[in-house]
Design a protein around this ligand. Structure first.
Ligand SMILES: C[S@@+](CC[C@H](N)C(=O)[O-])C[C@H]1O[C@@H](n2cnc3c(N)ncnc32)[C@H](O)[C@@H]1O
Length: 311
């Protein structure tokens, strides 16, 4: 078992005391339920692990054990990022995160000898994918405790100390440690000061390293500042134009900033499933015009940009 309290000593100056504080019943009322679900999962069962599109663990067990595993994993609902397959249980997550990775994978190439920081990593799905591409280690941070517990659930089976998910916020990170690859995907539009976020990404990227910035975007020249909600999401402060994202990255100091991909999010990529039973994208769009959100804004489009830091 990769113990959440066995914190990496290779993150000097990081506020690791917060990890212990937050992974506790004092911090979140559901923590004990989640911890019990994680602890009920068997360890040492895995015969093989694969970090491909569906992150999978294979093992032999009887139907009773498999049923108990599935029940415990369902207690960690909602599962947003994936997919995963644990034994014969497929966790059909809200997002086809493998589609996002496919848009990125070729550009990222071989990650051998690279340390990766994944900001807003959710349950750590992309961390497994980065390991598949050869990364040395992935430090993921995400303040949502449930997602940290989902990662712990995966680690019951996978037991790989190269992929971490710590309950920290990006604004809490010092710049004492820098990473060859920084990922910030789906976070920028939640930040009140997006340029500050991009400058922080620059500080967290090692000299000669790279940074992936993925965000909602608008194709119009003017960035969008939603009055209230955007696609029923709270805390979306700015949906920048693609030119604005590139300009922020360049201003922050990145060079050769490239737009790798622009994709409209479809209701096949983000949808309700038996593992995410709440409403999803289709309920966030105008029922009479799927090119608009429920609030009348342009429907979600996402851009992936890549920037380099000079060596
Ligand atoms: C839209 S999801 C994106 C998840 C994943 N990176 C992806 O691209 O699919 C945004 C994630 O950022 C996390 N988040 C929100 N505020 C954050 C912050 N201040 N620092 C780090 N992560 C944050 C949320 O908990 C959530 O898991």
């Amino acid at each position: 078992m990769v113990d959440p309290y066995d914190l990496p000593d290779r993150l000097p100056m990081w506020p690791l005391h917060l990890v212990q504080e937050r992974l506790s019943a004092d911090f979140h009322g559901d923590f004990t339920t989640w911890l019990n679900a994680v602890r009920s999962l068997p360890t040492g069962l895995a015969k093989d692990c694969s970090f491909s599109d569906t992150v999978s663990v294979t093992f032999d067990c009887n139907r009773h054990t498999q049923g108990a595993i599935e029940e415990a994993l369902q207690q960690l609902h909602p599962w947003r990022k994936g997919p995963f397959c644990i034994g014969t249980t497929t966790i059909n997550t809200e997002w086809r995160s493998d589609w996002k990775w496919q848009r990125l994978k070729e550009t990222l190439g071989d990650l051998t000898n690279q340390r990766v920081l994944d900001i807003g990593c959710g349950n750590g799905y992309f961390g497994w994918r980065a390991l598949e591409s050869g990364a040395e280690e992935v430090i993921g941070i995400d303040p949502t405790i449930l997602f940290c517990m989902q990662h712990q659930a995966m680690q019951r089976f996978i037991q790989d100390p190269r992929n971490w998910v710590l309950p920290l916020k990006v604004e809490e990170l010092p710049t004492s440690v820098q990473f060859e690859l920084c990922l910030s995907m789906g976070v920028l539009y939640h930040r009140r000061d997006p340029l500050h976020h991009v400058r922080q990404l620059y500080e967290l990227t090692a000299a000669g390293g790279r940074c992936v910035l993925e965000t909602l975007t608008v194709t119009a020249q003017q960035s969008l500042f939603p009055r209230d909600r955007y696609a029923r999401m709270r805390n979306v402060w700015c949906v920048p134009s693609t030119e604005q994202v590139v300009a922020w990255m360049t201003t922050a100091g990145f060079y050769d900033v490239a737009v790798i991909d622009i994709s409209t999010t479809t209701i096949e990529e983000q949808r309700s499933t038996e593992w995410m039973r709440f409403e999803s994208l289709s309920q966030s769009l105008d029922p009479t015009d799927s090119s608009r959100t429920a609030e009348g804004y342009p429907a979600p489009i996402r851009v992936i940009c890549l920037g380099h830091k000079r060596g």
